[in-house]
Write a protein that binds this ligand. Structure first.
Ligand code: ATP
Ligand code: MG
Length: 394
């Protein structure tokens, strides 16, 4: 029944002079996302984006893909009537209502637009005449101009477009319009959600994962790759850096007080992630930290970790409870993968009684004990980092 989609966007409409940039970015992102499904024709037009679908396209697949494009507020499946003849417009619209709404017991309002003033029927007239036609054809339907259940949109251009459904999109801003940031991506529940949330604001994402073989298995790494692939459906392609962290962890383990292990480890993760971030032009770091969730996420611990970073660290789930994070993870499809039981490196080297209120000067003092070999270990870790290109478009 449908041959096209009209995409509505909310927030980018507010962008004044930059509006063009945002609209083009959204069009490009829609084009990119649909490219793997077929040859869709995507055009920008008067505050919205039209997607014309190829013959034989799959409706559900197309809607699911559009639901991953940040910046899309609503997805309207459109019936295209290949004519501007009034008779055909009314029968076409009637046929659409007939097929789509099994139960016709609802209130409605017609909203009309004509692209050209040359079209002989004005917009208010289109509304009135179409309303009359529908009331006559479907007596159960009732008009309510203030608070209708269904808004029947009729747009007359070179062809006529009819739609009444709005499927919610993900909202947010088109990816790439807000620069780029480096996500510290573990195999847990929180960090994929954090990456999704920042990407939703238009920020492109790279990622760094700290791998500690043989303490963490190949499966743990595969889980992170899988998570990156799931979020890349929203964020676009991700350069994933897999850092071999084993020697650094062992050295900290052998050298520093065990209750400080996690904090010191986290500080080295931040340093190395920031190194790649700066190298690749990222303007911030992203973590899945949430205040009080574990010992390394108290205010004192967050301060101690933060102290090594020059770039801003974005922690979008900082004020979320676990259930709230899980709700997002379920919505975006990462939860099932995140709960697969493969240890990430932190869970192996955790002390029985980690400090919950680390004092920065004490941590810095402990790190001095690492002076002899740490620079070299960090250099080696950076040099041997594996970079994996992750994209849903192959
Ligand atoms: P998550 O569910 O994201 O793993 P978590 O609750 O397990 O988080 P921590 O282990 O304290 O919390 O990690 C806090 C944050 O540090 C993570 O959200 C992630 O951003 C980063 N992080 C932790 N471990 C790793 C790792 N092995 N590789 C990359 N980043 C990591
Ligand atoms: Mg974790």
């Amino acid at each position: 029944m449908y041959k096209a989609f009209l995409l509505k966007y909310a927030e980018i409409g507010l962008k004044g002079k930059n509006r063009n940039v945002f609209e083009n970015a959204l069009r490009d992102q829609v084009q990119f996302t649909l490219a793997r499904l077929g040859e869709y024709h995507v055009v920008r037009e008067q505050g919205r984006i039209f997607v014309e679908c190829p013959d034989g396209f799959d409706y559900d697949e197309t809607v699911d893909a559009l639901k991953t494009v940040f910046g899309v507020w609503g997805i309207c499946p459109v019936v295209v009537i290949e004519s501007t003849d009034w008779e055909e417009i009314t029968t076409g619209t009637g046929r659409y209502i007939e097929q789509f709404y099994e139960d016709k017991n609802f209130t409605f309002k017609v909203e009309a637009k004509r692209a050209s003033k040359q079209y002989p029927i004005t917009s208010p007239e289109i509304c009135a005449r179409m309303g009359e036609y529908l009331l006559h054809r479907f007596p159960e339907m009732k008009v309510d101009v203030h608070n209708p259940k269904v808004r029947v949109h009729v747009e007359v251009r070179t062809k006529t477009y009819v739609y009444s459904q709005i499927i919610p999109g993900p909202g947010g801003m088109p990816v790439g319009t807000g620069g780029k940031a480096m996500l510290l991506l573990s195999g847990g529940i929180d960090s994929p959600v954090a990456g999704y949330m920042i990407a939703k604001r238009g920020v492109a994402i790279e990622a760094t994962y700290f791998h500690a073989p043989p303490y963490t298995s190949e499966r743990a790494k595969q889980k992170v790759v899988d998570l990156a692939r799931i979020i890349s459906a929203y964020t676009g392609p991700i350069r994933l850096h897999v850092v071999n962290f084993t020697d650094i962890q062992l050295y900290i383990y052998e050298t520093c007080p065990h209750e400080e292990l996690t904090i010191i480890m986290r500080r080295y993760m931040m340093r190395i992630a920031e190194h790649f971030a700066k190298k690749d032009g990222c303007l911030g770091l992203i973590t899945g930290e949430s205040i009080g969730q574990v010992a390394s996420q108290t205010m004192q611990s967050l301060n101690a970790t933060n102290a090594v970073c020059e770039l801003p660290v974005f922690r979008p789930v900082i004020g979320f409870d676990k259930q709230e994070i899980v709700a997002v993870a379920e919505k975006i499809g990462t939860f099932e993968t995140s709960i697969e039981p493969f240890e990430d490196c932190c869970t192996i080297f955790v002390a029985k009684h980690p400090v919950t209120k680390p004092v920065l000067s004490a941590i810095e003092k402990s790190e001095k004990l690492l002076a002899e070999r740490m620079d070299e270990l960090v250099r080696t870790a950076v040099e041997t980092t594996e970079v994996i290109w992750i994209s849903t478009n192959g």
